[in-house]
Every structure is written in C-alpha cells, then in structure tokens.
Design a protein around this ligand. Structure first.
Ligand code: AMP
Ligand code: MG
Length: 464
C-alpha cells in the first residue's frame, strides 16, 4: 500500500505548528531504504520513490511543530528547525509520524540553514537501526536520501534528508511550549496526547496524574535500556525527551566502550551534564520540568498536584528497582535482592575500565576474550560468586549484545562513503547489527573495542 495519511496534529490549535514546504531538490538519490520498516508500515517499497521520500511529491501540506525546551538547563523557544512532518501514516491500527529531517528552513529555524549532512543522516540511520534491533524503543529511519547541494559544516559535504518514523514527535518540550505559549490549550492538548499514547487512561478519574506516572515509567524504561547497552545520548534536553519513551534525536550520541560513568563524547557538553552516569539524574531533572508544565491542569486541586510531586519522589526507588533488575539479568542472577554482588561488580568495572559490552559476554562464556583484565583475581572472585548463585545464560544472552555500533566502526563506514562514495562498509555494519544478540565467528572483528586513545579523543557534534 502507499502512504496513507490522517494527520490529527493539524486538528490542534494552529499555534502548535506551521504549514511548511520542503525545499526543492534536483535528483534526490535514495542511499538506503529500510525494507523491514516498509513491511512494518505496510508500505509497498515500489511505491516509495525518491520524489515522495524527499518531499517533492506531496500527499498533503507538511507541518513543522512548535516546541520549547531546556537546553543544557536554559529555557529556549525552539520548534522543528530542520524537520517537517509529512503526515501521520495509519496502518494496522497504529499511527506513525513520517517526518523529514534536513528538508529546509521552517519558521522555527532561527539562524540554522535547515539542512543536514549526508554523514550525520547516515549516522542517525545506523544508530536507530542498531537501537531497534537491540530491542530499545526508538525512532526508526525509513530512508536516507542524498541531495545534490553541498552543506557547510566542519567540512563541506553533500546534503541529505532522513525520513524518520516515530509513534509521535511529541516531547516534554511540547508541553512546556503549550503551557507557556498557549495555556488555554493545555487541557485539550493533554487529552489529545493521552488519547494518542495512553488511551487506556481516557475517561479515568485522576487521569493527568496517571499520565505523568506513565510518562515517567516509559522514560525510566528507556534510560535503563540505554544503561544496559552503554548508550550515551549526549543531548538529553527536554525537547529531545519523547512523551512515549522513544529514543530519538541521534546527534552527538555514542556508545561507551571502556566503562566509565563520566563518559562524554559531545563537543558541547564540557561539564559532562549528559555523561553516561548522569543520565538518571538528568531524567529526573527533565521530569521535574515536565511536571511543572502540567501544573495548571491541577489548579483546581492543590492536593492532586501534591500527589504528582509525590510521584516524582518515587523516582529514585522506581529507577533503582528497574536498574538493578536489568543488571541482574545482565549478570544472569536468578534470585532477587542480589544488590551487593551487583555493586561489587560495578566497583570492579569502574576500577578496571574493562570493555562494557565484552565483559558480560566473558562472564557468560569464560575465555571468550583474550584480555588480561579478565585474569585479575578480583574478576575471578566475582565470577566465582556469580557461578555459585547460578548463571541464567539464556537470560544473559537475551540481555547482553555481542555487537554494538562502536564509534570507530561507524566512523570508518562514514569515511568510506565520504572519501570513496562506497556504502559497502556501511551496509556490512548494518548487516552485523541486524542480529546483535547472535554471535557469529565471521563477525568477531566487530567485537573489538578501539584503542583506549581513540575513545579518549573521540568527539561528537550537534546540528551536523
Ligand atoms: P537538536 O540539538 O538536534 O535537538 O536541535 C535543537 C534545535 O535546533 C531543534 O529545534 C532543531 O530543529 C534545530 N536545528 C538543528 N540544526 C539545525 C539547522 N541546521 N537548521 C535549522 N534548525 C536546526
Ligand atoms: Mg532535537
């Protein structure tokens, strides 16, 4: 079937979005098309040509969404500066935003050019592909399309458009925008979001309180999943926090190799606000901002808002319960309440700076990696203790990936395209990341961490 749009966002107040037109593009070229995603969306790939996917052939008028957000702690007016919602595609009872990223300027572009480089869009494609296959809720990439213009960033590159698919692009920051710029719309907007994402709460008494709790729960699940695979998002601004717990906006993100909670790769995150280990507390901070934007809904009953604040007080306990449960699975611990051995293991990781991904594989199958770090007495002690409790290898296998998109592998694949116009490394990497939990001898080189110097000098960038 072709794309079939029913864009309910346009039924909301016109302050929440602007009609836009994608820039004109000569000869858009599809570099990658996600065939699995086509299937999941019920789309016939023969009907998805480059004209449709680059917004040259429109089914209806696209929109750019308005939103605000706390960027590194500072409140700012934003909005889709280089993104356009083509429409909401409905298939098999589900609704999906089909959005173009890099399709030109919008009323919210501020000083930006509305463009994206081909390397950054291929980068987003591969991260979202990897996260999906790692079983983490994420935006997905339907296609990356190269344009003929060149885009000036740290280096000049061909431009590109990414076709991004999400359950919606509604963020904490969308609520912040509505609460401050269109407060009279807050109730209707919240009802819309509940109906779209948490419909079981419709018609429930106290549904705004439950809504907050559901958002908190799904966001915690998302961050715990990031911690499971060593993902550092890099820009956890409130405008990049999905209301539905979908990971999105793959900008300066990267995967940690050697365990270090202070890991930061982003060039702009000088103080480590969004470091690997800060992601929990930054989520709590963001949820507090989200709660503030909901406050007017509780004006009639200060008691109800106190209840909402009490939910926030539960954050730590809820997060830690989920975190330790996840770590138990990673370590194959069958019983509950084994916090002590988990903490001992984390202390060892912190001190040894072992490769995060491979360490769990080594515990699962001792002798897999020829790394002196696994010969230490302390590691052997932990191994002994764990095997005494009894390792649940089946659970470990489902929880611990063999392959993650390691930074140096991504850079190699992108450079190969920029320098030789070859997508073979890129496609090979996609292939390896298709089944990240299944080890294959032929792919063992993809399990190698980079030299430590590579990681300590590795820098990622925003708005590329
Ligand atoms: P991000 O850090 O990707 O979440 O971007 C923050 C905001 O800046 C978003 O509203 C983007 O749409 C906008 N933005 C980023 N890059 C550009 C660009 N090149 N042109 C216009 N807007 C941009
Ligand atoms: Mg963003």
């Amino acid at each position: 079937m072709p794309l079939s749009f029913d864009t309910t966002y346009k039924d909301l107040d016109s302050k929440l979005y602007s009609g836009v037109k994608p820039k004109d593009i000569d000869n858009p070229e599809i570099l990658v098309l996600n065939e699995d995603l086509c299937d999941d969306l019920g789309l016939d790939k023969e009907e998805l040509n480059s004209q449709i996917l680059s917004g040259q052939e429109l089914l209806e008028e696209p929109i750019a969404q308005a939103y605000a957000g706390h960027q590194f702690g500072n409140y700012t007016m934003l909005g889709d500066g280089r993104a356009m919602l083509l429409g909401e595609h409905v298939y098999d009872g589900s609704r999906y935003d089909i959005q173009l990223k890099g399709s030109g300027r919008t009323p919210y572009s501020r000083r930006g050019d509305g463009n994206a480089t081909v390397s950054s869009m291929l980068r987003e494609y591969i991260y979202s592909y990897a996260m999906q296959n790692l079983n983490i809720k994420t935006s997905r990439s339907l296609a990356a399309i190269e344009t003929e213009e060149s885009v000036q960033r740290r280096r000049t590159e061909p431009g590109a458009i990414l076709v991004r698919v999400m359950n919606s692009h509604i963020r904490y920051g969308t609520f912040q925008y509505v609460a401050s710029q269109a407060p009279e719309e807050l109730e209707e907007f919240t009802d819309y979001v509940i109906d779209r994402h948490y419909p079981h709460l419709n018609n429930k008494n106290g549904k705004y309180l439950d809504f907050f709790e559901e958002v908190m729960r799904s966001s915690i699940d998302m961050i715990v999943d990031w911690m499971r695979v060593g993902f550092v998002h890099g820009v956890m601004n409130t405008d990049n926090m999905s209301i539905d717990g979908e990971t999105f906006d793959y900008g300066p993100c990267a995967f940690m190799n050697y365990y270090d909670e202070d890991t930061v790769f982003s060039s702009v995150d000088k103080r480590g606000r969004y470091s690997f280990g800060n992601q929990k507390s930054m989520l709590q901070w963001n949820l507090t901002r989200f709660a503030e934007s909901l406050q007017p809904l509780f004006e009639e009953s200060s008691y109800a808002f106190d209840e909402l604040k009490a939910k926030l007080d539960d954050f730590d306990e809820m997060f830690d319960a989920k975190y330790y449960n996840m770590m138990s699975k990673k370590l194959g611990i069958k019983s509950d309440g084994e916090k002590e051995i988990i903490n001992e293991f984390l202390d060892w990781l912190r001190e040894s700076r072992a490769d995060y991904t491979n360490t769990f594989l080594e515990l699962e199958n001792p002798g897999s990696f020829d790394d002196p770090v696994y010969s230490s007495g302390d590691f052997k002690d932990i191994q002994d203790k764990l095997s005494h409790i009894g390792l649940d290898k089946e659970v470990m296998k489902q929880t611990n990936p063999c392959y993650i998109p390691r930074n140096y592998l991504i850079e190699e694949a992108l450079n190969d395209y920029l320098e030789k116009e070859s997508l073979s490394k890129f496609k090979h990497l996609l292939n390896v990341l298709e089944h990240p939990y299944e080890s294959k001898d032929a792919n063992s080189q993809f399990q190698q961490p980079p030299p430590k110097e590579f990681d300590s000098g590795y820098t990622t960038y925003c708005n590329t």
